[in-house]
Design a protein around this ligand. Structure first.
Ligand code: SAM
Length: 325
């Protein structure tokens, strides 16, 4: 499936809930829909129907995200069903890791092979400040249990915020010497309720400077499955580090994604609030052809690029928790 800018769209990111068990300062969600209004969010059956139709259009890769996907009841059965959809060759999960240790066996037996775990600090105290929760140890145990269960790669995502955790960049990077992790430093995007915090933004180039001195970094050749990351490795390190720079060096021309929000909207571009609803049609017993047409319309309306750059940090109303990062 190609969009109007000749980009092949084969990657669907699905937020299965807007609820989260953390309250990260930079991701503060709007009031959760799925708490009192659970009918507002798509059912698993509805999501699975859309994914199957998406596969018919060329979707081959899916990521399950949220909110926090592991807080939604029934998620492990859902993961198993989605993994078994014919035509999908990559189903992965993004989680904050809080519930990982207790459920890692269920994730493994559902057939998930790749997990991204979000961890923005190596300090217990700062973790509480950023997330509002005392769960630092639980996340670390979750990462360790993922390693023990043979998940490979284990990706650790850290959103870097100026004045909050940018002084930990070198320590994070050094973790890759002893651990086979893929550590990803992500530029903060001003979105949702945090849009006034533009001073948190720190560009990739500045992050790199702060890592200099931790060791000799070599750039790794990019792999077609890398997505938007720029990958590096220290000499003799077990793991690697990478930068995701949607603001300072965007990757719109290579974007292969479309998003399905928990509320049942297709979102052509993460950094544009334009969405096309599909829930109403689903619940009005639309035919497969009609739903497919809505999906094609969403893909066709993908903009050539987003409007955020280091010179114009324009803001997005929806929070990442609502969209699914
Ligand atoms: N709860 C899961 C988690 O924490 O990984 C999945 C959802 S979370 C919205 C997905 C990712 O988006 C996380 O890595 C989070 O750090 C990132 N994120 C949230 N708000 C962001 C922002 N304003 N800028 C950059 N990344 C953000």
């Amino acid at each position: 499936m190609f969009d109007c800018h000749a980009r092949k769209i084969d990657y669907l990111r699905i937020s299965i809930t807007d609820r989260c068990n953390l309250n990260c300062q930079y991701c503060t969600p709007h009031p959760f829909l799925s708490r009192g209004f659970y009918k507002e969010i798509l059912s698993y059956e509805e999501i699975l129907r859309l994914v199957k139709l998406g596969v018919g259009l060329g979707i081959s890769k899916v990521r399950i995200t949220g909110g926090e996907p592991l807080v939604r009841r029934g998620v492990y059965d859902f993961l198993e069903k989605i993994v078994h959809i014919k035509g999908l060759n990559d189903v992965s999960l993004t989680t904050n890791g809080v519930l990982l240790k207790a459920n890692i066996h269920k994730i493994k037996s559902a057939g998930i092979k790749r997990i991204n775990i979000s961890l923005d600090t190596l300090s217990r105290k700062k973790y509480k400040k950023i997330t509002g929760s005392d769960s630092f140890d639980r996340v670390c145990e979750g990462i360790e249990s993922a390693r023990q269960y043979g998940f490979d790669p284990i990706r650790i995502n850290a959103v870097i915020l100026k004045g909050i955790n940018d002084n930990e960049l070198a320590d994070f990077a050094k973790l890759s010497f002893s651990h086979p992790f893929q550590i990803r430093f992500i530029e903060y995007m001003p979105m949702g309720a945090t849009t006034s915090k533009k001073d948190w933004y720190i560009p990739m180039a500045e992050m790199k400077k702060k890592i200099n001195g931790a060791g000799k970094l070599a750039k790794l050749a990019s792999d077609p499955n890398d997505g938007p990351v720029k990958r590096y490795k220290f000499e003799n390190a077990k793991g690697e580090i990478g930068f995701i720079s949607p603001v300072s060096d965007h990757f719109c021309e290579k974007c292969n994604r479309i998003r399905l929000t928990a509320q049942g909207n297709l979102r052509p571009c993460l950094l544009s609030d334009y969405e096309i609803g599909i829930k109403k049609a689903l619940r009005a017993k639309a035919s497969d052809r009609q739903l497919t047409d809505i999906m094609i319309k969403a893909v066709r309306s993908k903009p050539a690029g987003h409007g955020i750059s280091k010179d114009s940090l324009c803001t997005i109303f929806d929070s990442m928790a609502a969209i699914g990062g």
